[in-house]
Design a protein around this ligand. Structure first.
Ligand code: BES
Ligand code: ZN
Ligand code: ZN
Length: 484
């Protein structure tokens, strides 16, 4: 973890000085106390000599043998997420350094915390299982100091950034854990520990699942030696108000083998991350508590391992859900919607949610269609849809609206039960949404976010190193912030 500080300039050697430069205004005129006149001359000359173009995020590293500098092109007004990305790129460029000192021109005063957030998220690594790697093999950046041209740093903005970075780290840590370690029970126990933040956490053990209404979750997970669980987290930041401003729902499949409809080898890659939806909603609850948000928010998570064996649920089984609907199983690999169905029912029937948002690595169809660039948004409520799309843009965790329609509801009719859990005739992502809709009770505004393909990366991009991304934490935090 990087430490951010606002003092101690000139107390250490081997510091890299970072200077943002604008195309159309001169920062050097006002940088006097951060750099000496000699340094200013030297840097200005370097910009000319190297024909710096001031293209977006263009960088120039200079080393005169005594001092290292990084010049970076910026614009006077930059959206938060662009600044976060820039912070990540700078962190990547200087990852091997120990201390960097950042000049913050007045134009970027409100964005310093975003630079810090980008740095934190970029330098995340999951290294607990290396036993012989040397310290030098890891990024070294320890301290980033911000030198403000004008005004003081806003302590609350930095506290917010720390809370958000903490949440993303939590979601990534959970999803990066190997599946032999992070079983449904281990995940439930981890979530239970969030109670130290003042969150009410209820863990539903295997034997209580059916009684509590998690009948389909039980069916999915009952074969595995790593038995299924559920977890419910509540935060009441508006004590006078009874109901919840939002209830979040997450798919927590700690490993998806496909079950009897066993996945082929290639498709098993990354299936330890099939619990990302649940990890992300738990992480959002962590941020909500760390920020003491004045909202009532809850999260409901189904946790199971989808395995193959004699007791496993199988195609053609018919199962009765807590809502009373009977479900015909058609393919044991469509396990996620089973867990979500229980959670959506619990959220709307038991918690009386007026707004429900579920996150799930639900379909290969969405992963293939959107390729991890967007998550699929299924939502028939215009206001909720708009708010989520806006939060997607602001956070950089983008959503693309995908269709829901009565025709897709037709496709999940069963010959033997109330509903079939997969559709026939294509549109796998939309028929999955049609199935989920059957379990949303009352008049709740509901959105389903299919994050398949967004949960992990093989190729890094700024702020999202290789491995689990925590996609959705920033997005949902921005959405919740908009509710206040
Ligand atoms: N966990 C998978 C979906 C998935 C695929 C997530 C690729 C991330 C990357 C899900 O449980 C699944 O297997 N869905 C099936 C459903 C089908 C059997 C109707 C799918 O999409 O193939
Ligand atoms: Zn599956
Ligand atoms: Zn799955």
């Amino acid at each position: 973890m990087v430490e951010f500080s606002f003092q101690g300039f000139g107390t250490e050697k081997n510091v890299v000085k970072v200077v943002p430069v604008f195309k159309d205004r001169d920062v050097f005129e006002r940088i006097g106390s951060f750099l000496s006149e000699k340094e200013i001359k030297q840097l200005k000359k370097a910009l000319e000599n190297r024909s710096f173009k001031f293209k977006d995020d263009e960088m120039l590293v200079l080393d005169d043998g005594v001092q290292k500098y990084l010049l970076v092109a910026v614009k006077p007004r930059m959206p938060a997420v662009e600044v976060q990305r820039l912070g990540a790129k700078i962190a990547r460029k200087l990852a091997g350094e120990r201390v960097i000192e950042f000049f913050v021109p007045a134009e970027l005063k409100d964005r310093a915390a975003d630079l810090a957030l980008g740095t934190e998220l970029e330098l995340y690594s999951f290294d607990k299982y290396f036993t012989k790697k040397k310290p030098d093999d890891f990024d070294q950046l320890e301290t980033v100091r911000f030198y403000f041209e004008k005004g003081e740093p806003e302590a609350d903005k930095f506290a917010e950034m720390k809370a958000l970075a903490n949440g993303v780290r939590y979601a990534r840590d959970l999803a990066n854990e190997p599946p032999n370690v992070l079983t449904p029970e281990a995940m439930a126990r981890d979530i239970e520990r969030l109670a130290y933040l003042g969150l009410e956490v209820e863990v539903v053990p295997t034997e209580a699942l059916q009684k509590k209404g998690f009948c389909l979750t039980y069916e999915v997970g009952k074969e595995s030696v790593n038995q299924p669980y559920a977890a419910i987290i509540c935060w009441r930041g508006r004590s006078k108000q009874k109901d919840f401003d939002a209830v979040l729902v997450g798919k927590g499949v700690t490993f998806d083998s496909g079950g009897i409809n066993l996945k082929p080898a290639k498709a098993l890659e990354n299936m330890k991350m099939d619990m990302s939806g649940a990890a992300v909603v738990a992480a959002v609850m962590k941020v909500v508590a760390l920020r003491q948000m004045k909202l009532n928010v809850a999260a409901v998570m189904g946790l199971a391992e989808n395995m193959i064996g004699g007791k496993a649920y199988k195609p053609q089984d018919v199962i009765k859900s807590a809502s009373g609907l009977t479900v015909e199983v058609a393919n044991s690999d469509a396990e996620g919607r089973m867990l979500l169905a229980d959670c959506l029912w619990y959220a709307t029937e038991k918690l009386k949610a007026r707004t429900v948002i579920d996150l799930a690595t639900l379909t290969g169809a969405t992963a293939n269609m959107l390729g991890g660039v967007f998550a699929g948004l299924f939502c028939e409520d215009e206001a909720l849809s708009r708010a989520l799309l806006d939060a997607g843009k602001a956070s950089g965790e983008k959503l693309w609206p995908l269709p829901m329609a009565p025709e897709y509801e037709e496709k999940i009719k069963s010959d033997i039960a109330d509903v079939c859990h997969i559709g026939s005739g294509g549109a796998g992502a939309s028929t999955a949404a049609a199935f989920l809709k059957r379990f949303v009770k009352g008049k709740a505004a509901w959105a389903h976010l299919d994050i398949a393909g967004c949960e992990g990366r093989n190729k890094p991009k700024p702020m999202y190193p290789k491995g689990a991304t925590g996609f959705g934490v920033k997005l949902l935090y921005d959405y919740l912030k908009g509710l206040k």
